[in-house]
Design a protein around this ligand. Structure first.
Ligand code: CA
Length: 236
């Protein structure tokens, strides 16, 4: 079929590749496999996959470097990092490696399939919304402004380098000022996950990163505030 999506699996454990491949194919995806980082990078460049599942510890080039290299080349393919431990989550989203998402091993196939679908869908929506021409940025609050055509955020007139997810979280909260959203709400609304497990911590990590980029004092934020025990909201 024409709109069949291709997933590149970069993972050196053959049994994981085999089961992921089997399940993705059953869901109608085309799959490509690479068993080391360098081959993964080469296939990402030449095969133009719709999404990459990327292990961290890989022969020849680690997953983080594969992702960083692709981003440095301007490749915006959605990347889901397969992490061995929950503690790596901060590192995955925190380091400037440009990953879109992560999933902790061992993962359920149901969750993996849901993540793959959500990330491909989100990426398609972003592409559809890509600007024909840039328009001027709209003020949001304080010194923050957002250009929703070019997906750029400005602070004091200077562009802020946000990941796609940080941008989406910010624009979602900012478009519902002063309304408090729980982490589960945000997982559903911003991450598009129908299934929410223990990964609501992703929301906290992303909020923290966003604050570091848009707040004058991230420890005392002025824009994205915490309502203790309830969630997050954009203050105006
Ligand atoms: Ca590995």
């Amino acid at each position: 079929m024409d709109n069949q999506k291709t997933v590149l699996i970069v993972e050196d454990e053959k049994n994981i590749v085999d089961i992921v491949k089997f399940n993705l194919q059953r869901e109608g995806y085309r799959t490509l496999e690479a068993y080391d980082g360098q081959d993964g990078l080469d296939k990402a460049r030449t095969e133009n996959p719709d999404l990459i599942l990327l292990d961290v510890m890989l022969p020849r080039m680690i997953g983080f470097d594969v992702c960083k290299t692709l981003r440095a080349e301007g490749n915006n393919v959605p990347v889901i990092i397969l992490t061995a431990r929950e503690e790596e989550a901060d590192k995955v989203l925190g380091l400037e490696i440009g990953a879109d998402d992560y999933i902790t091993k061992p993962f359920s196939m149901r969750e993996l399939i849901a993540r793959v679908a959500a990330n491909i869908r989100r990426s398609a929506m972003v592409a559809a919304a890509a600007p024909a021409a840039s328009a001027s940025a709209m003020p949001v609050a304080g010194d923050l402004s957002i250009n929703t055509d070019s997906h750029q955020v400005f602070r004091g007139g200077k562009p802020v380098d946000l990941t796609q997810r940080e941008y989406e979280l910010l624009t979602f909260l900012a478009s519902h000022p002063n309304k408090v959203y729980s982490r589960v709400d945000l997982m559903e609304q911003v991450w598009n996950y129908g299934y929410v497990g223990d990964d609501v911590r992703t929301v906290d990590v992303t909020v923290r990163r966003l604050r570091e980029k848009i707040e004058a004092d991230p420890a005392n934020p002025a824009y994205i505030l915490t309502r203790r025990g309830a969630g997050y909201y954009f203050s105006v």
